[in-house]
Design a protein around this ligand. Sequence first.
Ligand SMILES: [Zn+2]
Length: 261
Amino acid sequence: MDSGNLLNMIDSHCHLDFQVFDRDRESIVQTCLSLGVDGLLVPSTTVTSFNKVLELAKRYPVIRPALGLHPYFLNGKVQSDLEELSVYLEKNDVVAVGEIGLDNWPGCCDLDVQIEVFESQLKIAKAMSLPVILHARKSEDLLLKSINRLKFDCGGIVHAFNGSLDQAKRLHALGFVFGVGGTITYERAKKARRVLASLPDSAIVLETDSPDMPLHGYQGEPNMPYRVLDVARCVSEIRGQSVDMVSAMTTNNLKRTLPNW
Ligand SMILES: [Zn+2]
């Protein structure tokens, strides 16, 4: 049974810096707090978003920042962007380097360039003993390869994990946990639901990826970080655990994985 108390739930991945939230950000944050969602991890996507993410974290104590270069938004000046990332990480407190990773989807940037930029960022994170927030799309094995090649041992979160149980086990052994979001609210997401049901308690964190990945029933609207509550309810049903338990274990997992939280 649920206690009815506020749940201290964390949305481990939302892009509250995006322009679509400029008008309503204040009330969205207040709604989160009133519902017991008292932690929001906002990862950056490009150098141009660094200042906004950091400013939001200063303004709203509920927001924790991560800085990194998202593979989907790489441009022609990756070298200077990487240098700028290092400078920002030296000067600012963040909970992770992210969002970084590999997007193996048609139309995305050249995969060799992505791997080079990803590995550069893994090196930066390792040198600063920071965990990472990973973007993985059809790229879990490639991510594992880079992580192993660089002996990256600071762990992190694989956001919107959609890989196999075997890939999850290998990543979890390296200190990674898995962001579970709106995908699992769709009954057709059989594989993701099956993997979720089999993951150990220690491997799960909650996320929304707002404004993307709308939950079932909210298609066509920007996703909201407070809907992490609906994700938790769905996880609770699929895993046969109470919402209180899901909330407690995912918050513990997040704080263990991101010690600067
Ligand atoms: Zn993201």
